[in-house]
Ligand binder design. Structure first.
Ligand code: NAP
Length: 259
């Protein structure tokens, strides 16, 4: 299927590794020119080079922290007009909520709620004027089924989800859609780091933590970032113009509910 995206421009935040990178690769595979943002210049350059060597699209990099105003400005100014926005940033730390300070909450809200909203504010009206726009927010399965030790993530991402639920009904008449993808357990650096922290906390090994997580996944495996990126590309496709305001859970069957 031709996704009708050739020649469009996409901004992929936090796109040098993991799920963001997979979205950038899948979109580039559909002919989308890409601007990727991440803080570390080395991984950013490596990802950009990989995409250039495997596709024919143009790739620009912005080495910046997307949670800062300067970072967002640099990202927005990297291209005169964006057709696609993939919102993403690192997740907040785990812990007991009794130990979270206001500053911890401010950081979580900035990364996982306010930065996506600010970027949407900058890009949405141009998309509406041009009658094409696709906005995808990478959130978490924790929005659907909260994870007790991830209170900062549960709270901040639920805030974004509520905001998107309202906004996403105001845009599809302009062929601009806004949706969220909720990852379950995907094999990325972030997840490996979380499992190492859990192993340390519970005085077991990373292998034991990984096995106990796998035991709870009906698919019997962790997700591959590539399959996440492919879902993102479909949601951004021309064919998906009738899909807005949805929360796409991609978790190998972990969430046990009829709806
Ligand atoms: P990852 O593999 O560790 O990659 C994180 C990416 O984000 C890197 O490119 C990193 O590059 C970039 N990044 C982080 N903070 C940034 C910032 N402030 N500004 C710009 N770039 C930033 O992580 P992932 O697993 O793909 O996770 C992506 C998101 O999904 C996170 O919010 C995570 O909490 C959430 N999530 C992941 C899973 C999972 O199983 N993997 C499950 C649920 C939710 P730099 O560090 O160089 O900036």
């Amino acid at each position: 299927m031709d996704f009708g995206l050739k020649g469009k421009w996409g901004l992929v935040c936090a796109g040098s590794k993991g799920l963001g990178r997979a979205c950038a690769e899948s979109l580039a595979g559909e002919g989308v020119n890409i601007v990727i943002v991440a803080r570390g210049a080395e991984a950013l350059a490596e990802t950009a080079e990989y995409i250039r060597s495997t596709t024919a699209v143009e790739v620009k990099t912005v080495a910046a922290d997307i949670t800062t105003q300067e970072g967002r400005d640099a990202a927005i100014n990297a291209c005169p007009q964006f057709d696609i926005l993939v919102n993403n940033a690192g997740g907040p730390p785990a812990g007991d909520f009794r130990n979270f300070s206001i500053v911890d909450w401010e950081k979580a809200l900035l990364a996982n709620m306010l930065t996506p909203i600010e970027l949407i504010k900058s890009l949405l009206d141009g998309m509406i004027d041009r009658k094409f726009g696709r906005i995808v927010n990478i959130t978490s399965a924790a929005v659907k089924a909260p994870i007790p030790i991830l209170g900062l993530s549960n709270g901040a991402r639920a805030g974004l989800t509520g905001f998107i639920a309202g906004l996403s009904r105001q845009t599809p008449m302009h062929n601009v859609t806004i949706n969220n993808i909720l990852p379950g357990a995907f094999a990325t650096e972030t997840m490996n780091g979380r499992m190492a922290a859990m192993a340390k906390q519970s005085k077991t090994t990373v292998e034991e933590v990984a096995q106990s997580r796998l035991n709870a996944i009906p698919a019997g495996r962790f997700g591959h970032p590539k399959e996440f990126g492919q879902l993102c590309a479909y949601i951004c496709s021309a064919q998906a113009s009738y899909i807005t305001g949805h929360n796409f859970l991609i978790d190998g069957g972990v969430y046990n509910g009829t709806l």
